[in-house]
Each structure stands twice: as C-alpha cells, then as structure tokens.
Design a protein around this ligand. Sequence first.
Ligand code: 7TS
Length: 442
Amino acid sequence: MTRESPILRLIQNLTGNSGDMTFIQTRENDTLTIADRVRADFPILHREVHGKPLVYLDNAATSHKPHAVIHALEHYYSHYNSNVHRGVHTLSAEATDAYEGAREKIAKFVNAASSQEIIYTRNATEAINLVAYSWGLSNLQRGDEIILSVMEHHSNLIPWQLVAQKTGARLKFVQLTPEEEFDFGHYQSLVNEKTKLVSVVHVSNTLGCINPVKDIIALAHQYGAKVLIDACQSAPHMPLDVQDMDCDWLAVSGHKMCGPTGIGFLYGKLNLLRSMPPFLGGGEMIADVFLENATYADLPHKFEAGTPAIAEAIALGAAVDYLTNIGMDKIHAYEVELNTYLFEKLMQIPQIKIYGPKPPKERAALAAFTAGEVHPHDLSTMLDQAGIAIRAGHHCTQPLHRFIKAQSTARASLYFYNTKAEIDTFIASLLESIEFFDSIFS
Ligand code: 7TS
C-alpha cells in the first residue's frame, strides 16, 4: 500500500507504525498484564488462521478454555468416568463428589446461600426455559404482565412469547434512552400491580450497557413481581452476588466463562425453587415412583432429570477455580482498561458508528458497530483473512437491531486474555478493510 490517503494516515496514527500492515509495534516495556500472564494457559491462542496469529475477538459468543478445564474433562473420562448419584462403587462415588463439588464452587462464585439453589442446565437458554415452563406456565394467567426490554437476547424473549401465548399474559418492553441504555424512567412507568415477572439482561451482548439490576429488582419486588436476570454476559466478566442483587433467578452459560459447552446453571431462591413444579421428568429427579404418580427429589435434583453433563459440570467447576484464582475484580478492571483502549481507537475512525454507551460511562468490553456502507459480513470475512475473529450479524438481538435501525452489526468482544497489541492488529486490519471497500464504492 503506497498511496497517500486519509485512511492511511489514520492507520499510521492509530497503530504507530510505518503503514506496513504486517508489522505492528508491541509495547515491550509494559509491565505484565493479566493477559501476559494467562495466555500460555490457553492452547488455542497459539494457533494461526490463514497463516496469521489468531486474534480472537468473539468472546461474547464463546470464550476459550484453559488447560485446567480441558484437563478436567480428560481426567474425568480417563480416571473416574461413571454415572452420578447411582452407584456405591468407587468410580461413581468419585464422580458424584466431583460433580457436587463443582456445584459448591459455582454457589460460592455467585454467593448463593446454598448449593441447593444451583441447578445445572445445558446453558442460559435452558435455564430461562426452565423458569418459563415450570414457574411461568403455573403462575401466569390472562391479565398478568411480563416486563422484558427491547435489548433482550432471543433466549430471554422467545420463551416468554411462548408462555404469553399459552397463558394469555401480556408482554411489555422497556425502551432505550437516547444513549442506547436501559430506560429506567420508562421501566418505572411500566411496573404496576399487574406485573408478575420482570426478566432482563444484566449486560447487553450488543449494546454493552450494564443495566441497573439492583434497582430494577428492588422496584419489581415492591409490586410483588419476581425477577429473572440473564447474566450470560456479566458472570464471565465481573463479580456477582445474587444475595446482594436479590434476584429471584439468575441464568448463566458455562461456555462463555472458560467452561465447556453443554453446561450452564440456573440460580434460584430456595423456597421459590421448592414451590416450582418439575420442568423435565425422568430418572434422577424422583423420590418414590408408582405407576400412576410419583414424588420428587429435593433440590437441586428435582430439576435435573436424566444423566447430566457430568464431565462438563466438573470442568465448569475447574473454570470457576481458574477465574477465582485470577480474581473477578481484577478481570473486570483489566477489561475496563482494554475496552477504553479499544474505544479510543475505534472512535477516531470517521466511518465507524458504535452502538450503546461510550466510555467513560461504565460498559462491557465489547463494541458492536457499523462501518459506513460496508456490510458487517464482508468486514468480518476480510478480517478473518488476517486471522482476526469478530462476529457479524444480529447477535440474536433482532428486535434490538430494528430498534437501532441497523440490519446487522460487526462486533468485537474482549476477554481477559486479549491484549492491546491484538487491538492494534484489529484496528489496522479494520482500517485496511474500510480503505479497500471505500476504493470499491467510490
Ligand atoms: N443471553 C445473552 C445476553 C447472551 O449474550 C447469550 C448468548 C444468551 C443469552 C444465550 O446463551 P446460550 O449459551 O444459552 O446460547 N450470546 C451470544 C452472542 O452474543 N453471540 O453468540 C451467542
């Protein structure tokens, strides 16, 4: 690239190099960051994509797994593979101990009062569906109202649409402020005696806003409504305390927080979970079974029918240990710093429009954006050629995309193993791609 252009000048300014896109200066004298210390733990971070070092910026979709988590899976299958809660033999006892031990770790991780309040599910989606089918279908009726927000992931929208269709309850939606955040004033105007449930996302996977869940919950409780928090994008990135938050339920996916796929959890207040009917029926969830009827096991097993994802649950426990050893407060602080750096760079590019609040406002370490006329899929494809993984599309928030008047967006999402050097590489490739498409369009 030899042609002088404003974009080229921007590349030089933003990346501090001579315009040769294959060479990006890294900061050799920086003190060690969390990323410097943990990158060796993640085998996948050392692979190449299209001959370039992988720069993985799709962490909101799923995170990578450290050796400790991969080892926990391998160790279970190699040493004590066995079903849980069923046998008295050594292998089954070891598997049961590890499986229940992981539950204790998860309970501590979110500060639940008891591990009985932690129900293993496949993911956050299943956790939300559990509440919708178990609590929703037996507690909601015509005239009742469910409050969601327009920024919900489809996982926290479709289950409630299904419940509303079956029960006659009405859905209401909190809108956005002009800064594209949760409009608390609008929420206040929606809550009333008819509100039976509020189900909202803690951190939006698209806008990156951090919603005031404590205030949202406190207000709902004044009207006797229950509150479910979708913590998919908060649990991996910041300390959570369900007792302090006072949520009735909280849904989390393990794969976004260094754990394996196929495992997540639902936190629920003990008495509330006790009052709810089973979601799925089968083995594991029963006390006494007769031909015509049955009694059910106590919590948490009442909600865990069939052979569970044993290896995955144990490995999620290893992920919780891994994150806890680093410290969730430290992870959060590092991500704030990294995100500030990302936004500083992105906001200097005139073609880029970023959605959601901007730093110094507190927000999550992700940026969903459009780049003028360039289609996000084209952008993502070009970046992939440079080894950079970002997501493009509607990120399962199609109604929100309609709201912000974008058919789709590109999204870079960070985790604690990302570095400023990777952000430099991303920005340089992004500018190069914009330059390329500008030259086609003009
Ligand atoms: N809620 C939020 C806020 C999410 O971001 C996601 C996944 C889910 C629920 C569903 O998680 P699952 O593990 O049950 O599928 N979000 C994304 C994303 O942003 N890109 O890919 C998946």
